[in-house]
Design a protein around this ligand. Structure first.
Ligand code: 13P
Length: 250
């Protein structure tokens, strides 16, 4: 059976003091449960502090982005080995804000995916359609294109260390969640596509998270869908009670 994986994408929020408060709040409220995994993805500046606080817990640490080169003259960038050196196990790649605000294309995301996996980091690979694309009826072809390009040259074995997050762009930070049926439909499509590109076994064990305005009030219905294996949470991961509310809805 697939575990449920709840990850918090803090985006550009929380300084060191706030990081300590948020992580302490999550740790204090978390009850043991072997059927789920919890991940936090603070900004780069908080990773080291977060790792120190998470050491005795079962909460995983992830970053929100990385560069595909090992080192060099890339002002403002962070490498996979740097992330590993501060205790990261995960890295979010291909988030729609990276795609749409910072112009990251599928080819670049694929290079990052390969670098992360070859460096021993587990990517949380994000895909999702815009409102216009959904209204045009092109959701599936957009998702298929992002997945085929993003996963180019990635082996079935490497995919075992990858989480896919389906995040419809129109649902991110808007309060407009996809209905459980809408989300399930795309998750099923993704799993079928993975079975087609790889095989049934790989598709069957792949964790596919939903992201986009997940909150305690809607998480249980979303997480009960057969192909929704977790959530990638933005706004609601910034307050311990809301993040814990989502985690405890499993
Ligand atoms: P919100 O939960 O704030 O909609 O953000 C979702 C997201 O982008 C997580 O990566």
């Amino acid at each position: 059976m697939r575990k449920k994986v709840i990850a918090g994408n803090w985006k550009m929020h929380k300084d060191i003091k706030e990081t300590i408060e948020l992580i302490s709040g999550i740790k204090n409220g978390l009850t043991p449960n072997e059927n789920r995994e919890v991940i936090v993805c603070p900004p780069f500046t908080s990773l080291e502090t977060a790792f120190a606080l998470l050491k005795e817990s079962n909460i995983g640490l992830g970053a929100q982005n990385m560069h595909f080169e090992d080192s060099g003259a890339f002002t403002g960038e962070i490498s996979a080995s740097m992330l590993k050196s501060v205790g990261c196990k995960y890295v979010i790649l291909g988030h729609s804000e990276r795609r749409n605000v910072f112009g990251e294309a599928d080819e670049m995301i694929n290079k990052k995916m390969l670098k992360a996996l070859n460096s021993g980091l587990n990517p949380i690979f994000c895909v999702g359609e815009t409102l216009e694309q959904r209204e045009n009826g092109t959701t599936n072809s957009i998702i298929e294109n992002q997945i085929r390009k993003g996963l180019d040259s990635i082996s079935a074995q490497q995919l075992e260390n990858t989480i896919i997050a389906y995040e419809p762009v129109w649902a991110i930070g808007t309060g407009k969640t996809a209905t459980p049926d809408q989300a399930q439909e795309v998750h099923k499509f993704i799993r079928t596509l993975i079975a087609d590109i790889y095989d049934e076994k790989t598709a069957g064990s792949l964790i596919i998270q939903y992201g986009g305005s997940v909150k305690p009030e809607n998480s249980s219905e979303l997480l009960n869908q057969p192909d929704i294996d977790g959530a990638l949470v933005g706004g609601a991961c910034l307050k311990p009670d809301l993040f814990l509310g989502i985690i405890n809805s499993i």
